[in-house]
Design a protein around this ligand. Structure first.
Ligand code: AKG
Ligand code: FE2
Length: 306
């Protein structure tokens, strides 16, 4: 098998594959839109993530569609390169964004007892070093290439074991976005089976997006401190898009109560109030991220009344 052949005595070629322009810029943009409108606070400091089960849980299952062909293409590449056609399942799929201060030290991706089912990794870069963020270079501890400069569309594929110890430098500026997948030979860890089971409980009719529990969106500036210093990431994304939020029920602008963001709301830009009511902030964020992406905000049929 390719793996043992490459890592055999006398050979120092690590089992890894780097592909350029594997994803088109449209695919990268579409995944970025999904992440910007649906992400939650991630598993490490300064990291946000969008998982497929979260998309289902928040009534955003249509956002699974762009992932389907990309996952399939990646699985085929990994199986072909490592010579294990039809043997793998996707174990986990996630959009992960890394903000200023995020980094990860030397590790292999199977380095915990509960991660032993992870056999292969594919990291797709959805935006670019230098243009969208600074810092965030990827390094392999041994072998070539030693350093990867993330560029939108490129993908790094490698075994999840200690043949591929790697690290990511701290992000200095901007937001670094990836689509990360792990693959397993163990079908007990098939992500699809879990997703299909969730979908069968959540799909009866078309529904509007619904937020998960508010702490999934609460980004704490200093998790170690007991002070509740932080912000709601949905609200922060709306602010980046240029909007404030106005409650349809309570008086005027929202304060910092995250629970209120689950309620119907309207948007304010400068001193313009938009008539359109949204069921909650996730709904507003999905609509406006999409409009921003399509670059046609002015054609949207909301009219100002202030
Ligand atoms: O984003 C990357 O370049 C790699 C991330 C990584 O090493 C991990 O999530 O385990
Ligand atoms: Fe890793």
């Amino acid at each position: 098998m390719l793996l043992s052949r490459e890592m055999g005595a006398g050979s120092l070629k690590p089992p890894r594959l780097i592909l350029h322009n594997f994803l088109t810029s449209e695919e990268c943009k579409e995944l970025e839109f999904i992440h910007k409108s649906s992400s939650t606070v991630g598993y490490r400091p300064n990291v946000f993530s969008t998982t497929l089960s979260h998309l289902i849980a928040t009534n955003s299952a249509p956002f699974l569609i762009p992932f389907v062909p990309i996952r399939e293409r990646l699985k085929e590449k990994v199986e072909h390169f490592f010579g294990c056609e039809y043997e793998l399942c996707v174990e986990f799929t996630g959009l992960i964004s890394w903000c200023r201060g995020a980094s990860i030290g030397w590790h292999s991706d199977d380095n915990r007892p509960y991660l032993k089912q992870r056999h292969f990794t594919a990291v797709c870069y959805l935006n670019s070093y230098g243009k969208d963020f600074k810092g965030g270079l990827f390094h392999f501890q041994d072998g070539e290439p030693a350093t990867l400069v993330p560029m939108a569309g490129d993908v790094a594929i490698y075994t999840a074991d200690s043949c591929n110890i790697h690290a990511v430098d701290e992000i200095i500026e901007g937001e670094r976005l990836t689509l990360t997948l792990w693959f397993s030979r163990d079908s007990a860890h098939d992500e699809d089976a879990k997703l299909i089971s969730l979908l069968s409980k959540n799909m009866p009719e078309l529904k509007l997006p619904m937020l998960a529990s508010s702490n999934m969106y609460w980004f704490s500036l200093d998790p170690a401190s007991h002070q509740q210093l932080g912000f709601d990431i949905c609200l922060a994304r709306m602010h980046v898009l240029g909007f404030d939020i106005c409650s349809c029920q309570a008086e005027g602008l929202f304060s910092d109560s995250t629970e209120l963001l689950m309620e119907p709301l309207q948007l304010v830009r400068g001193n313009e109030l938009f008539k359109q009511e949204f069921v909650n902030i996730l709904h507003a964020l999905q609509v406006f991220s999409l409009l921003q992406m399509l670059n046609n905000l002015d054609q949207y049929s909301v009219s100002s009344q202030m």
